[in-house]
Design a protein around this ligand. Structure first.
Ligand SMILES: [Zn+2]
Length: 495
């Protein structure tokens, strides 16, 4: 089966055929850089990162453009609040965004243009729309608007009729607009505001025109995929489409892809509800790869619910995957040679089958509108068989065909997880990072735990078992569990 994607424009799942065979042009709306990014932004970044990775995995040469909105009312307001310059505000939050993306292992797109680097292109498109009489300036020096009534396809992407929009919309009444839904293409600047010269007077671009200009400049008049969060369908994407198609008279985008929302404990995330988390807040207590697994455990179009339990589920899942990888490193020390199929099969039929069927199952899931939830299900299926197989050997090292099968399973587990940007770390490093993160919540340091273990050891040597148990129970109350083994006492965080 070839790749199928759900297109917001047609509201159906369609076979994916790029404009040019073997090549994909992908545009995703970036962030407005006036504040730290929240986990809704993280979801969108991760979802489209995986789509980008999978397109490349499927052999498409992919050009991926994700912009920065570095001029806008919110940025200007923030600059005024901080008595700084809009450029300084933008720079600060671009840097913060890049830090977040790096932590989340989100690949850099091919091009990351700034809106302010593309003002000439925006002015050009607005000029075309003015010439065609689709855009208008109510009076000299005022804002420039797009006349929605002069573009017959307006509302097609979001599935709204102009009259319904008017009835339901809370649009500002502005006497200078022909229709209250007309939107700004060029915003006249007030004294002291950043401004660029234009045929309509000094000003700055409206938000929507940016993406039309950057999409057109870097990907052409028509490109393959335009993505973003579901909240962008209307008005942002509807307006992008209207401007571009009215100006160039060709379809703007072939496939529109939108990811669902992130809810917090089943409620909409909002600053006013006080359940608003920045990426930085979350990464302070959750491993970035666990956040990635959490996001990808649901289909990208469904909502995801961010709760202590769903995050703990993702953490446990990742610990399992890495735990199995670590166990293989320990028990299968040497690279094994190739073994005939029969020899491998005779070791463990179920594991062998899971290994053999993973590639096809994984591709079928991902080809079905990037169903990462299902793809991850298959990865865990293989992990379970692999772990069960290892468990059969107890603490013994695996040799011969058994080692060969375990290695084959491990290689596949990593290979396909990495298409999703998962299992990219050394397992021991991950388990150590994860333990340190969880340790934070216990309020104990590694040193304190080691000291307690030492004290307990002494108490046991002195046959003071009451004291030894007291130390163990006290640690457990704080969330640290001790495990005695012939090699000594190990500990793990259980909260
Ligand atoms: Zn956009």
């Amino acid at each position: 089966m070839a790749l199928q994607v759900f297109n917001t424009l047609t509201k159906t799942k369609e076979p994916f055929t790029p404009l040019e065979p073997g090549k994909v042009r992908l545009y995703v709306c970036g962030v407005t850089v006036y504040d730290y990014c929240h986990i809704g932004h993280a979801r969108s970044a991760i979802v489209f990162d995986v789509i980008y990775r999978y397109l490349m995995h499927a052999g498409y040469e992919t050009t991926y453009v994700r912009n920065f909105t570095d001029i806008d009312d919110k940025i200007i307001r923030r600059a005024n609040e901080e008595s700084s310059d809009y450029r300084a505000v933008a720079e600060k939050y671009i840097l913060a965004f890049r830090e977040d993306m790096e932590a989340l292992d989100v690949l850099p797109p091919t091009v990351e243009p700034l809106a302010t680097e593309n003002i000439t292109q925006m002015i050009e498109i607005i000029g075309i729309l003015m010439e065609k009489g689709i855009a208008y300036q109510p009076f000299p020096g005022s804002d420039v608007y797009f006349a929605v009534e002069r573009f017959s396809d307006y509302g097609k992407l979001s599935g709204r009729m102009l009259d319904d929009m008017l009835a339901g919309a809370r649009v500002e009444v502005d006497a200078s607009k022909l229709n209250p839904l007309d939107f700004v293409l060029w915003k006249a600047s007030k004294p002291g505001e950043p401004a660029w010269e234009s045929p309509w007077g000094p000003g700055r671009p409206g938000w929507h025109i940016e993406c039309s200009a950057m999409g057109n400049r870097y990907l052409g008049r028509t490109f393959d995929i335009h993505g973003g969060g579901r909240d962008l369908v209307f008005p942002h994407h509807e307006n992008e489409k209207a401007q571009s198609e009215a100006a160039f008279e060709v379809p703007f985008v072939r496939y529109w892809l939108h990811n669902g929302f992130v809810n917090i404990n089943n409620e909409k995330m909002s600053k006013s509800l006080g359940n608003f988390f920045t990426i930085k807040d979350v990464l302070d207590r959750v491993h970035p790869e666990a956040l990635r697994l959490f996001v990808l455990s649901k289909h990208y179009r469904s909502p995801v619910d961010f709760t202590d339990e769903t995050i703990a589920d993702a953490e446990r899942g990742l610990e399992k995957l890495y735990g199995t990888l670590a166990a293989v490193m320990e028990r299968v020390p040497e690279a094994s040679t190739d073994f005939p199929q029969k020899a491998l099969q005779s070791q463990d039929k179920e594991l062998y089958d899971a290994v053999e069927t993973l590639p096809q199952a994984f591709h079928e899931a991902m080809d079905n509108d990037f169903n990462t939830a299902q793809a991850i299900g298959y990865i865990f299926g293989l992990q379970r068989h692999l772990q069960r197989f290892l468990d059969r050997f107890g603490r013994k090292k695996l040799k011969g065909a058994a080692a060969g099968l375990a290695q084959k399973g491990t290689a596949l587990l990593k290979q396909y997880s990495q298409v999703l940007g998962l299992l990219t770390r050394d397992p021991r490093l991950f388990l150590d990072e994860q333990r340190k993160l969880k340790l934070k919540s216990t309020g104990l340091s590694e040193q304190e735990i080691e000291q307690s273990i030492e004290l307990r050891k002494k108490a046991r040597e002195e046959k003071n078992f009451g004291e030894a148990d007291r130390i163990r129970d006290e640690l457990e109350k704080k969330g640290v569990q001790l495990e005695d083994s012939p090699e000594g006492t190990r500990w793990r965080v259980i909260i």
